[in-house]
Design a protein around this ligand. Structure first.
Ligand code: ARG
Length: 466
């Protein structure tokens, strides 16, 4: 043992003070002080409930509430002195309260443990952060809708296997991103239901012998109600894992989004121009304009998924009920929140300034025989079986490849040599415009459908976030 300290928590139990390194090693105040305001909010509700149940006097409650209000202000103003000796955010605040108001401060912890306290703090914290996350996601959705509206009839190639597949509209492609985010928003709301349950009253693990009113505390804190089992209440971190899973999904979506922006802004694709303010230059190659924001977001998606895995591993072998392992939940969780908010924000700021290079998109769609399926569908409508039509079109594509022309540039007699079913009206189907316009069913890429989809999406957004 190197050296010892003397202000140990529950010091009467211990003959020796904590090793100085162990004190540092086990402390969490450097990071869990982020939940100070939630800790105070929980304590105010707890003290209010204790007084209402006759466990504290009204004077004691008033002293506690006033003291906590002062501490809250000091923290906001940066005047609160945090100490590693007090281990964590909970003990720091309680110790300061006792310094300020004396014996009433020592009564605050009646019928409570740090185990139910910390679980409550994390839930309050996450509930608040999800509001910010959802707001940034909504900003991004609005930006996507605005951009999609400008491009309901901008034609581009749609890809499968990153090979030109069929023509689509850029608006339709953007709306695919919108849909991913809509599901993300739904998942955020859903996971909130399980976050918003109150553990206070579970105390250390077995509940408390005081005549507490858990419904009142839950009501005061805006929780949907008290948790059902005291052991589960202090040990459960499912809600944090669920949140990290939702965050990982959102980041995975942003990462795919990023990958496309990086590709599209390359000289090889040249489909979009990225706003200068969101790119940087190279220190050596003067011609470069690098899509740093999408690349960084793509990179950060790995780190959020890493946090999800950390949390799963953290929990997987813990016996009931609370274990100190749980202290390790906070850093991955906080970093998940920060990373997610920042990435969504960067995207919401950037997307309105992306400009599409329509001509390049159009000619890329033309180069890739994107209307081959339309020719096959045309033959099918004239009575040919789809598999035969597939063959016929394959031959037409070969002729196009050999002669360096798109299907719409082949002459009518050239097409007719592959099938007698081909008539002059075939060219209505071989143009990119004809191809997208034909896909006018629900969920299709036709400009009129994309317009509808945008309208429906705007209504849905307004309904979920009035
Ligand atoms: N700092 C602890 C945590 O983050 C608070 C709960 C500690 N409880 C205990 N019995 N040691 O989980």
């Amino acid at each position: 043992m190197t050296s010892v300290n003397s202000d140990k928590l529950s010091s009467a139990r211990f003959a020796q003070a904590t090793d100085a390194f162990v004190e540092e090693f086990t402390a969490s105040v450097d990071f869990d002080r982020r939940m100070a305001q939630q800790d105070i909010q929980g304590s105010v509700a707890h003290a209010t409930m204790l007084a209402s149940c006759g466990i504290l006097t009204e004077q004691e409650r008033d002293a506690i509430v006033a003291g906590l209000a002062q501490i809250s202000e000091d923290i906001v103003n940066g005047e609160f002195v945090w100490s590693v000796k007090q281990e964590d955010v909970h003990m720091n605040i309680e110790a300061r309260l006792t310094d300020m108001i004396g014996v009433a401060g020592k009564k605050l912890h009646t019928g409570r443990s740090r185990n139910d306290q910390v679980a409550t703090d994390i839930r309050l914290y996450l509930r608040g952060e999800i509001v910010h996350i959802a707001a940034q996601a909504t900003r991004l959705q609005v930006a996507i809708l605005d951009l999609a509206e400008q491009h309901v009839d901008t034609i581009m190639p749609g890809f499968t296997h990153l090979q030109v597949a069929q023509p689509i509209t850029f608006g339709h492609h953007l709306m695919a991103w919108f849909e991913m985010l809509s599901r993300d928003q739904e998942r955020l709301r859903d996971c909130c239901k399980r976050i918003n349950v109150m553990p206070l009253g579970a105390a250390a693990l077995a509940g408390t012998s005081y005549p507490i009113d858990r419904d009142l505390t839950a009501h005061l804190l805006g929780f949907s109600g008290p948790s059902a089992n005291s052991l589960d209440s202090v040990s459960d971190r499912d809600f944090a894992i669920e949140f990290a899973a939702v965050a990982s999904l959102i980041m995975m979506h942003l990462s795919r989004f990023s990958e496309e922006l990086v590709l599209w802004s390359s000289a090889q694709f040249d489909f979009i121009d990225m706003p200068d303010a969101f790119c940087t230059g190279s220190s050596i190659m003067p011609q470069k304009k690098n899509p740093d924001v999408p690349e960084l977001v793509r990179g950060k998606s790995g780190r959020v998924t890493g946090h999800l895995v950390s949390l799963l591993m953290l929990m997987k072998s813990q016996p009931l009920a609370y274990n100190k392992d749980n202290q390790e939940d906070k850093e991955p969780l906080f970093d998940t929140v920060d990373t997610l908010v920042n990435c969504l924000r960067a995207y919401a700021d950037m997307v309105p300034h992306i400009s599409a290079k329509k001509d390049n998109m159009y000619s890329a769609a033309k180069r890739g025989f994107a209307t081959a399926t339309d020719l096959a569908d045309y033959l099918v409508r004239k009575g040919m079986a789809f598999r035969d039509a597939h063959e016929v079109v394959g031959s037409a594509v070969r002729l196009g490849l050999e002669s360096g022309r798109d299907l719409s540039e082949l002459a009518l007699p050239e097409l007719q040599q592959f099938s007698v079913l081909v008539d002059a009206d075939v060219f209505n189907h071989l143009t990119l415009e004809g191809s997208v316009a034909a896909r006018k069913h629900v969920g299709g890429t036709a400009p009129e459908r994309v317009k509808d989809a945008i309208q429906v999406a705007r209504k849905r957004l307004a309904l979920s976030f009035p």
